[in-house]
Design a protein around this ligand. Structure first.
Ligand SMILES: Cc1cc2nc3c(=O)[nH]c(=O)nc-3n(C[C@H](O)[C@H](O)[C@H](O)COP(=O)(O)O)c2cc1C
Ligand SMILES: Nc1ncnc2c1ncn2[C@@H]1O[C@H](COP(=O)(O)OP(=O)(O)O)[C@@H](O)[C@H]1O
Length: 307
């Protein structure tokens, strides 16, 4: 696991000298991002310096558009995933109002403070500085004087369409978990603490661990999914419903409810990670509870046989 540095007043910017940085927000740390990170490792190997994932502590849209912001992962998970990506270090820039208001030139000066990296890898549509006015062109102008080689990469998938966090969020919203997972390079997951639900699962014969999903992370389309649930270092197959249960719509907020196969015990207050693998069906407003029970039991049987 790479070391994580906060780029504050205490940070020694000479760390950047000879380094190869991949620079971005990296929401999802998807296959496009993974490619950028591998490019930084490649030039670091050739050049002899450290490979660095350079990112922000928050998503800049948490400052600019908090109301419409949707994310593939929390900031903590994003930084942790970057630290596990194979780079030598993660350097986290505090995204302050002052920082965001600076011109592209000031932004680069504040970021590197006279210690420019040898290589800077970015996506070709990378934007930075006040009102995102800085483009790869400004970056290249600055880099010429600073002695940095800017590598702007085209992050495309096999079908020729760009791999972006927005594209993955749209696929997830359309229940296309298979394609989203392909572009992520791993299963899409949600993490959280198991909460108390309505207590009806036991009566129905299938108990469900309930996870409250903050609205910024409500990206996955409502429906029923086959998944793996990880708790206490163990992995279980799980049948999971996502979104508002239409039968009980008047009683619930949107949640993620996971029935863990071959598990018995108490999960309240425990950390759980649910990795989504298959979309089974949309949510149904059943006429009777018996229909609900029979359908969910069928879904559980499918998960047992197919995951
Ligand atoms: C695999 C699975 C599929 C579900 N499908 C539906 C559904 O189609 N429609 C619905 O209203 N509720 C559905 N539910 C939600 C159940 O109604 C819910 O788990 C049950 O009400 C128990 O809630 P509780 O654990 O909060 O008591 C599903 C739950 C699971 C685990
Ligand atoms: N196989 C299982 N899958 C999910 N939760 C289980 C399972 N077995 C026991 N539990 C426990 O039961 C709780 C869910 O019970 P349930 O009757 O559905 O009530 P509620 O979901 O309303 O809290 C879970 O939070 C967990 O502590």
């Amino acid at each position: 696991m790479a070391e994580i540095f906060k780029c504050d007043e205490m940070f020694d910017h000479s760390f950047f000298t000879w380094s190869s940085c991949a620079f971005g927000v990296f929401d999802g740390v998807h296959r496009g991002h993974q490619y950028l990170l591998s490019c930084a490792q490649e030039t670091a190997r050739k050049n002899g310096g450290a490979s660095v994932a350079l990112t922000f502590d928050i998503d800049p849209d948490e400052v600019f558009h908090p109301e419409r912001l949707k994310k593939l992962m929390t900031n903590e998970e994003r930084i942790k995933t970057l630290s596990e990506s194979g780079v030598d270090a993660v350097v986290v820039l505090p995204f302050t109002q002052r920082f965001s208001a600076s011109s592209p030139e000031e932004f680069l000066l504040n970021t590197f403070n006279g210690h420019a990296p040898s290589y800077l890898h970015v996506g070709y549509d990378f934007r930075f500085g006040a009102r995102a006015k800085g483009t790869v062109k400004e970056l290249a102008n600055w880099a010429r004087d600073a002695g940095t080689e800017v590598c702007a990469h085209d992050l495309k998938s096999a079908d020729g369409a760009p791999i972006t966090a927005t594209r993955i969020r749209l696929l997830l919203g359309d229940n296309d978990i298979i394609e989203a997972n392909k572009l992520l390079g791993r299963p899409y997951y949600l993490v959280g603490t198991v909460q108390q639900g309505r207590g009806e699962g036991q009566e129905f014969g299938f108990r469900t661990a309930n996870l409250k999903v903050p609205s910024q992370l409500q990206v996955l389309g409502a429906g029923v999914y086959g998944a793996y649930a990880h708790v206490d270092g163990m992995r279980y197959k799980a049948a999971v419903s996502v979104g508002v249960s239409p039968v009980f719509a008047d009683k619930t907020d949107a949640t993620c409810e996971a029935h863990l196969l071959d598990f018995e015990g108490d999960l309240y207050g425990k950390a759980i990670k649910v990795e989504f693998l298959h979309f089974l069906r949309p949510m149904i407003k059943f006429e009777t509870i018996d229909e609900l029970i029979a359908t969910v039991n069928g879904n559980i049987a499918w998960v047992r046989g197919n995951i």
